[in-house]
Write a protein that binds this ligand. Structure first.
Ligand code: ADP
Ligand code: MG
Length: 258
């Protein structure tokens, strides 16, 4: 579904991505991890067509990302960026309806029964009590849930998320990841997520890619990637790695002073 080859990006002479290559198959839950400033957001912006590819190539469904129009891309690819919600004043329902824009004709007619779809999303994400509130009347966790509802309304085949759980408390973190996972399993969605929490990444992703200083350090299963030596090499702190007692995913414990 996604083929990235020799992708590079620099800003004013500073090399931010350096010849990155990898592939993502349909239906994967693919996690991208790496230290702050390693180029993860830049990578996501290039893969999703937000920024133009100048060096190397990104192919989506066998076709260069640049060959799609914005509207074409928005019909099957959705991006949940950090702080992605529109400006104040819109109600929750209006924001979710914005997810349908790519499917509307110039007369504003939708290609499917959007009312039913939006009602089911509001129901699924428990947004009914908030539907008439405006964005500025929501907490951070509620905002993220609305942002997710908006991308769900787009009914994408491919979902890209940039740190969807940052600033959320643990309850909202798990809720957010569970919603995404459930949606992924139900609709064979392909998910590409930049995650900063390694323990969440190891529990939800089928494969992980580690990026450091603009280069791919490793790609593999969470078991292959979340090792104390690899994490120490990339993040400069050596954690203890244990198995989750219930689901067996590798989990890290930080060691002060190490
Ligand atoms: P990450 O998401 O892994 O934290 P980013 O992709 O946001 O990292 O940033 C990688 C590097 O690229 C950083 O050094 C950042 O300052 C730089 N960078 C990102 N976007 C721009 C931009 N538009 N102009 C200049 N430098 C940028
Ligand atoms: Mg980032």
């Amino acid at each position: 579904m996604i083929e990235v080859e020799q992708l590079s990006r620099s800003f004013r002479g500073q090399q931010v991505l350096d010849k990155i290559s990898f592939e993502i198959k349909q239906g994967e839950f693919f996690g991208i991890i790496g230290p702050n400033g390693s180029g993860k957001s830049t990578l996501l912006r290039l893969i999703s067509g937000i920024d133009p590819v100048a060096s190397g190539s990104v192919r989506l469904n066998g076709q260069a990302v640049s060959s799609y129009s914005r509207k074409e891309l928005a019909r099957w690819l959705a991006v949940l960026q950090q702080n992605a919600l529109p400006p104040v004043g819109f109600t929750v329902r209006e924001v979710i309806e914005m997810g349908r824009y790519p499917f509307q004709s110039w007369m504003g007619e939708d290609s499917l029964d959007a009312e039913t779809l939006i009602a089911s999303i509001i129901d699924k994400l428990n947004l009914a009590p908030l539907a008439q509130r405006t964005i500025e009347q929501l907490s951070g966790g509620e905002c993220q849930r609305v942002a997710l509802a908006k991308v769900m309304a787009q009914q994408p085949r491919l979902l890209m998320l940039d740190e969807p759980t940052t600033f959320l408390d643990i309850g909202y973190q798990i809720q957010m990841m569970d919603y995404i996972k459930e949606w992924q399993l139900e609709s064979e969605l392909t998910v590409v997520a930049v995650l900063h929490d390694l323990n969440l990444a190891a529990q939800y992703c089928s494969r992980l890619m580690v990026v450091n200083q603009g280069k791919v350090v490793a790609v593999g299963t969470p078991e292959e990637i979340i090792t104390s030596s690899l994490i120490a090499r990339v993040y400069g702190t050596e954690p203890i790695v244990l198995r989750h007692p219930v689901n067996k995913a590798p989990q890290i414990l930080l060691q002060p002073g190490k």
